[in-house]
Design a protein around this ligand. Structure first.
Ligand code: PEP
Ligand code: MG
Length: 851
């Protein structure tokens, strides 16, 4: 019998084995993959296959690795005693083992003989490929128990902590040898090298002598590889932000007190001052239900299997989440920093942890209870270690444990819930859905280890008025829960455990900003008109009905962008027409007759939908997103347009298509809109305007071709900048490059204004919220700015200080500048000397405290 995660692999192995059998008939059964074709193993399928394979002479089960072994063991537990006696789980290599086992069975060998053949399946290949080493034991000797032992010295500054230990465990897992380790310096017991939690309990600090003991076919290569790897510090990079033991250290001005070398500081992402206790997402303890969940199957016999399946499913989901975070960390902070998440993935499959949980489930515990108890045991063992750094690894175990528990208890999401956070939230990153739920009344500030200011988590933090710094590096996640933190989201300053003087400085700055905001807010309700009489509409970007209410309070002239994705994200199916219509109406009602700009669904890229699986794309930002996805899913688009058209019959609506690259796309989208108008049955809505977002450089340069077909063009400077400069907006490593003040981007904006004819030109990217940019954009010909609701008053104020004629002259010079720094210098000079903004400059990024 073959048990594998992959059905394709199992079936191909059987075909290969049958090739060796000539005409002999050997029963071979397969239990591999999951019903939906996904990779995985299923204990009930294994049970069924074993029952079919069992003809009374015995069954030899060959498995690939990890959960294949666990599922097979679980299936065996579910067999009756008599049948179980006939089944043998064989630790042989799957493909080679199956081939020789099939040949032996075909020749009439019994169960044990077949299993022994399978175990020796690698012998032929090994003797052919392995150079004889006079000092090493032969594979046969090793397999017979003559283990090889070697010693290495730990060179890593923090010892065998999570990242190097994870590398070691990963390496050990790929070798066909039984490998164990012990800390010779402390005289510890031997532990399996394939269990991360056990390796961590060795307490191996820098300079400790660690013994490796290996037996089995690859014992010698295993020792050599591990020793070599140990000599390289298990490839842990030096000079990278390696956290010291988490501690409440004294305050310093700068990124993070008490951390070692940092290559990059936190990046300002959402203006405002945040002061409060550190709250680490994902580390809060969870309450377990006293009873087993009600949805468990009634028959007691099915319970352990069902509970194990629940745990397996929760682990699988968490694995995907952690890999997502790892990928983001790798691209935004660096590969070495991301390796900490490898440790988290390994913990999900940790043999010690799983054995414990499985035993508890078999004894009748529910999945959550069993998992929590196993986590507690392992975390407690780590917490008892003398080395403070290794002790702190208990936090990793608890973080992963909680992540799985949240899944089991029905709380989706990778990093813990924001609902119970009160203080300054710390997280690796936030999903858009989590960020959308930020409540400024409770979350005083946000510190993200990864990310960039134009990533959606930052945009949403701004939208929610939560001061934020991003890209702060993984070391911030070692901040001790509850430590006082002060941050300035406009400058990126982050101080852990500030002293009274620093706190006072932050408090004074918060008071100044509140005063500036108060003045701007007093005039927020009036129009923004330049000193020479050019009126500029200042609208708000909204991502919820609450945002729309806030926009009205902040004096927005209109809503220049409704990111309708918020309705579609973090749920299991798309909202229907009625739900969409109700929400769009609620947004319109909040604006009380002012125009709302509804953007059709803009997903893909960094905004995937659970119920709209999309094939993996190597470059999702260059793939099927925005209008491309809507045109590929005409049903989804038709429903959204119908809801929008119905609302447009009763309130002024602008309808906007995102990520348009070609006129053909616009024509197709307009045809879908015409169908929606017909379907609504009330003729063309009187106040309906149609426009596109200009986010693709080619579209900017083709504006004149689009202009006859639209009422307005809204420039999405976030995407336009990333595409123009080939700098991923979510990649912190290129944040400096993706600067919207780059003259290349400004020329594209200028091209849109020049080609627009009678169509209105708006900017709804983040650049519009920068006061200095208001002058530049108005000078280039932009007549509408749409910004986060809270920024409306200060942007209006900025427009009121602009002299359009002078701004136009400065903007023209900016197009010829040689880089963004020169553009900024030009604007400063204009401010100071030419009266571009005659009034005294207020602090940049002032954010009014809206009641
Ligand atoms: C933009 O790209 O500038 C924009 C406003 O769209 P989003 O940020 O939602 O991609
Ligand atoms: Mg965009």
């Amino acid at each position: 019998m073959v048990v594998s995660h992959s059905r394709a692999l199992a079936e191909a192995a059987v075909v290969l084995a049958r090739e060796m059998l000539l005409d002999q008939d050997v029963a071979m059964e397969v239990a591999a993959g999951l019903d939906d074709g996904a990779l995985g193993t299923d204990a009930t399928a294994i049970l069924a296959a074993v029952t079919t394979a069992d003809r009374g002479d015995g069954v030899v089960v060959l498995m690939d690795l990890g959960s294949a072994v666990l599922s097979a063991e679980l299936a065996l537990e579910l067999l009756d005693d008599e049948a179980r006696q006939r089944v043998l789980l064989c630790p042989a290599p799957l493909v080679e083992g199956l081939i020789v086992a099939a040949v032996a069975a075909g020749a009439g060998a019994g169960r044990d003989e077949v299993a022994a053949e399978a175990l020796g399946g690698l012998a032929g290949k090994q003797s052919h490929l392995t150079e004889a080493d006079p000092g090493s034991a032969s594979p046969a000797e090793s397999a017979a128990g003559a283990a090889l032992v070697e010693t290495f010295t730990v060179v890593n500054p923090h010892g065998l902590h999570a990242r190097p230990a994870a590398r070691l465990v990963q390496q050990a897992g790929t070798l066909d040898a039984l490998i164990e380790l012990r800390n010779a310096t402390t005289g510890s017991a031997w532990v399996p090298a394939t269990s991360l939690s056990k390796v961590a309990t060795l307490g191996a600090g820098q300079g400790h002598q660690v013994q490796i003991r290996a037996a089995g076919p690859q014992a010698r290569p295993a020792l050599d590889a591990l020793r070599a790897s140990a000599g390289r510090g298990f490839d842990e990079l030096t000079g990278q932000a390696v956290a010291s033991a988490p501690a409440a250290t004294s305050a310093v001005t700068g990124p993070v007190a008490g951390t070692a070398v940092r290559q990059r500081g936190p990046v300002p992402a959402s203006p405002g001052i945040g002061i409060g206790p550190a709250r680490l997402l994902g580390l809060a303890r969870l309450e377990l239900p006293a009873e087993l969940p009600a949805e468990l199957p009634a028959e007691p016999a099915a319970e352990p299997a069902a509970e194990w399946e629940r745990l397996t499913a929760a682990r699988t989901a968490c694995r995907d989440d952690i890999r997502g975070t790892r990928a983001a960390t790798a691209s935004q902070v660096g590969e070495s920093a991301a390796a900490v998440f490898d440790a988290h993935v390994l913990l999900l499959d940790d043999s010690d942890l799983l054995d414990d949980a499985r035993r508890r489930i078999a004894a009748g515990a529910g999945a959550a209870t069993a998992w929590a108890a196993a986590i507690d045991r392992v975390a407690a063992a780590l917490a008892a270690l003398p080395d403070p750094y290794l002790r702190a690894r208990a936090g990793d175990v608890r973080a992963v444990g909680d992540q799985v528990l949240r899944r089991l208890l029905g709380e989706a999401g990778p990093g813990g819930s924001l609902a119970d956070v009160c203080g300054v939230a710390f997280a690796a990153d936030l999903t858009p859905a989590q960020a959308a739920g930020l409540d400024p009344a409770r979350v005083a500030g946000l510190v993200l280890a990864v990310g960039s200011p134009t990533a959606h988590s930052a945009i949403l933090a701004r939208a929610r008025g939560v001061p934020a710094v991003v890209g702060a590096g993984p070391a911030v996640l070692d901040t001790v829960e509850g430590t006082t933190v002060a941050l300035d989201g406009a400058t990126g300053e982050l101080v852990i455990d500030p002293d009274e003087a620093v706190l006072d400085r932050f408090r004074r700055r918060a008071a100044e900003l509140a005063e500036v905001g108060r003045v701007a807010r007093e005039q927020a309700g009036s129009a923004a008109v330049t000193t020479d009489g050019v009126e500029v509409g200042v609208g708000a970007n909204v991502g919820s009905v609450d945002d729309a209410r806030l926009a009205a309070t902040c004096g927005a002239d209109l809503v220049g962008l409704v990111r309708t994705e918020f309705l579609f994200l973090d749920r299991d199916q798309a909202p229907d027409v009625a739900e969409q219509e109700a929400v769009y109406r609620a947004i319109a009602a909040a604006l009380d007759g002012r125009r709302i700009t509804l953007r059709t669904l803009d997903v893909g890229g960094d905004k995937p939908l659970r119920y709209l699986p999309m094939p993996a794309e190597a470059n999702p930002f260059l793939g099927v997103r925005g209008i491309r996805l809507s045109l590929a899913r005409p049903g989804l688009l038709a429903e959204q347009l119908l809801a929008m058209v119905r609302v447009a019959h009763d309130t002024p609506v602008s309808l906007m298509f995102p990520m348009v690259s070609t006129v053909a796309e616009l024509t197709a989208a307009r045809a879908a809109l015409a169908l929606a108008v017909a379907r609504a049955g009330r003729g063309q809505p009187a106040g309906l305007q149609v426009g596109i977002m200009v986010e693709v450089p080619a579209a900017a340069l083709k504006t004149a071709a689009f202009a006859p077909h639209v009422d307005f063009l809204s420039i999405g400077t976030n995407d336009l900048t990333q595409y123009a400069l080939a700098a991923d907006r979510g990649n912190e490593a290129v944040t400096g490059l993706g600067d919207p003040y780059d003259p290349g981007v400004l020329r594209l904006i200028g091209a849109v204004c020049a080609g627009a004819g009678s169509a209105r030109v708006a900017v709804c990217g983040e650049l519009a919220a920068d006061e200095r940019a208001a002058a530049l954009l108005v000078g280039l010909g932009v007549r509408e700015l749409s910004v986060g609701p809270r920024a409306v008053p200060v942007v209006k104020q900025a427009v009121r200080e602009v002299h359009h004629g002078q701004a136009a002259a400065t903007a023209a010079r900016a197009l010829d500048a040689d880089g963004p720094a020169a553009v900024r210098a030009l604007l400063s000079n204009a401010d100071a000397g030419e009266g571009l903004r005659p009034n005294a400059l207020r602090p940049r990024h002032a954010v009014p405290a809206v009641p």
